[in-house]
Design a protein around this ligand. Sequence first.
Ligand code: NAD
Length: 367
Amino acid sequence: MKLKIAILAGDGIGPEVTREAVNILNVVAEASGHEFTFTESLIGGVAITANGTPLPQSTIDTCLDSDAVLLGAVGDNKFNSLTPDKRPEAGLLQIRQELGGFANLRPCLAFEALSENSPLRPEVTKGVDILFVRELLGGLYFGQPREWNKQTGEAFNTMRYSKSEVERVAHIAFQLAQKRRKKLTQVDKANVLECSQLWRATVDEIKTQYPDVTVEHQLVDSMAIHLMNTPRNFDVVLTENLFGDILSDESGVISGSLGMLPSATIGGKVNLFEPVHGSAPDIAGQGKANPLGAILTAAMVLRHSAHLEQEAKAVEAAVTKVLAEGHRTSDIARGNTAANVTTQQMGKLVHNALAESIDRQQSLHAV
Ligand code: NAD
């Protein structure tokens, strides 16, 4: 199989963590005989410096001509005086729009070795494996009309969804649930909002097409509590845009560090993969960045664009192994486990663990 991957490393720690993610994809390609090609393009502050714009047309063209886009992070304080539409972050918003993905996937995994890093008790987080599916192009963030009228002192936004917008993201969530533990929790505020009533009715209509998936509905306020009390009860969580933004960030406390969180946006012309964190200018260039969020993002490339589920699981297992051995970048160091590796060393450890597990698998097959 051939996969063309556009690499947009971006600013700050973006290039440092993306390099490690690409190394991991190369291990998989070499071992499995698949051909992954990488084309690097500019986005964010580095693109402003080189081309005067945060998203050059050549970057858009490269992305649209690829099978997947892997992005590091954008943002550079030296452009803070520019208007929002000219700053590095504008490039990120624009590429998301160009690629058109409407389903934002945010896994929330609890790594047992990091259980001390979460403010939640280890017995609460143990074994948590949730996949948030957040609708990304509709709802309050985009609905018209919207206005802040400074004369009258009033402001308003519009939460608006069409049935087809709900259907398309719901189908993705059901299909993902079928490949996992077959449970789908749909989150809304149907006791108050008509939009939520549309979501609930649409999901109930669609669920007849997925008889193997158990569906439950939760109100967003009680869901915020359940996520902290009993996170193990959830498998796939489907939400509209605003609720998904808040709940997936809330669940970040389960994994213990922003540097551990991957994401993917699918359903559009080309899938977009990016770690959740930003460009972290406070630690950029110091070898302190945790590359595991980017490496877990590479696992999502394998799962959702290359359809290599076994290989994706092998990458996740390699990350689990390296953490269990006690290796820590500074963001995930706690108590007796001091920071003992740089970005590059952490990447290399995962690389080696993955290569070893692939070798083991191959020699088992050869027997
Ligand atoms: P941030 O995610 O860059 O950093 C927040 C804190 O987490 C910092 O202390 C940072 O050192 C730490 N951190 C983040 N990622 C880490 C990692 N992989 N390893 C270790 N520590 C890590 O968020 P911020 O400070 O609010 O924003 C910095 C810049 O990034 C801004 O310009 C912002 O606009 C941009 N940003 C970009 C994205 C993106 O590209 N997707 C997302 C958020 C913020």
